[in-house]
Ligand binder design. Structure first.
Ligand code: NAP
Length: 302
């Protein structure tokens, strides 16, 4: 059994690749860097260049599932060039994969594409968003990217494959990603909440996120699934829980919104927006979370 993963060298993709390999799969992956190419029995890299719309078509040989995660990082200052790159890396790479399936004989049965919970409106209300409860969408750049990405991915259906989309929450992992950023100031007793500290943070443990992708392919599920743990938490209590797990109390007042915007520019939207997102759909189709509670994930990763 072979799966093709785009973004397999990143935080989420490497965990997903690891899970498939440990379940007996061979992982093919595409990368933009020749230095990241490996040619192992169960882990084989191929080159693509999204700017030039080129891809090594051997990457789909024998593959029955494609997982598409690749895209320029959103965790950078949103200059005009960065915004362009964040958008086009996702849109053009999706088009490249659609064209690859249309132009080459293949055995691909299912494509699973990533999106993000940033598509849901920025809202501090207590009811959790379900997959079918949009529009309205968030009114910001990140939502624009998610809408465009989910929309172009619909083209995969024209190639006869089953399509699933995973709206990813705030990914917690031992190395890299949001948890490392949140824990850094706390380590130096400089931890604090952001803005009014009331924003919902719908987090997911990276092991569960990989498990959700695997479950969707294993059960050949279609449609949209949120990938968030069942117990989202507001921002200030989350920072305090991280502090508690590290034995470093969070006692400073929250960093005001305008300071966050001065520090991060428009990208502050990623940190300041509030999305209370429901995990019920993925649970209804049989996924059981390994890390349903924040404390369990913090114990594992910190
Ligand atoms: N981490 C989170 O909290 C989070 C939350 C919501 C959604 N997501 C989404 O989930 C996906 C994976 O996230 P991640 O945290 O694993 O990201 P990551 O660690 O930044 O990895 C991104 C991957 O995308 C590839 N990539 C980067 N720029 C590219 C470009 N211009 N063209 C083609 N490929 C490019 C990189 O591969 P090479 O360098 O090998 O080419 C890398 O493997 C992303 O699309 C992200 O937006 C993540």
């Amino acid at each position: 059994m072979k799966v093709l993963i785009t973004g397999a060298t990143g935080l989420v993709g490497s965990q997903i690749a690891h899970l498939y390999i440990s379940n007996g799969y061979t992982v093919h992956y595409v990368t933009t860097r020749s230095s990241a190419i490996k040619n192992e029995a169960n882990y084989k890299g191929f080159l693509w260049n999204v700017n030039q719309m080129t891809i090594d078509s051997n990457c789909i040989d024998g593959v029955d599932t494609i997982i598409h995660l690749a895209g320029e990082s959103v965790f950078q200052r949103w200059t005009k060039e960065a915004k362009e790159s964040i958008m086009t890396s996702r849109i053009d790479s999706t088009q490249l994969l659609v064209d690859l399936l249309k132009d080459n004989e293949n055995q691909v049965k299912q494509v699973i594409t990533a999106s993000a919970i940033g598509i849901y409106p920025d809202d501090q209300k207590a009811d959790a968003f379900k997959e079918n409860e949009i529009p309205p969408y968030a009114d910001n750049y990140l939502a624009e990217v998610c809408i465009a990405w989910e929309s172009i991915a619909q083209q995969f259906k024209e190639t006869g494959v089953q399509l699933a989309t995973v709206r990813i929450g705030i990914v917690l992992a031992a190395k890299g990603g949001a948890l490392e950023q949140m824990a850094r100031p706390i380590k130096f007793y400089a931890g604090a909440g952001f803005g009014n500290g009331e924003m919902w943070q719908s987090w997911v443990a990276v092991n569960d996120l990989a498990g959700i992708f695997y479950h969707i392919s294993d059960k050949r599920l279609e449609g949209v699934y949120n990938a968030v743990a069942p117990n989202p938490i507001r921002n200030r209590p989350m920072m305090e829980a991280i502090g508690k797990a590290m034995g470093k109390p969070v006692f400073l007042p929250n960093v005001p919104k305008f300071v966050m915007k001065l520090m991060l520019g428009e990208m502050a939207a990623v940190v300041l927006s509030s999305q209370h997102v429901s995990s019920s759909r993925i649970e209804e189709v049989g996924y059981e979370f390994q890390y349903p509670q924040l404390e369990m994930a913090l114990e594992e990763y910190l």
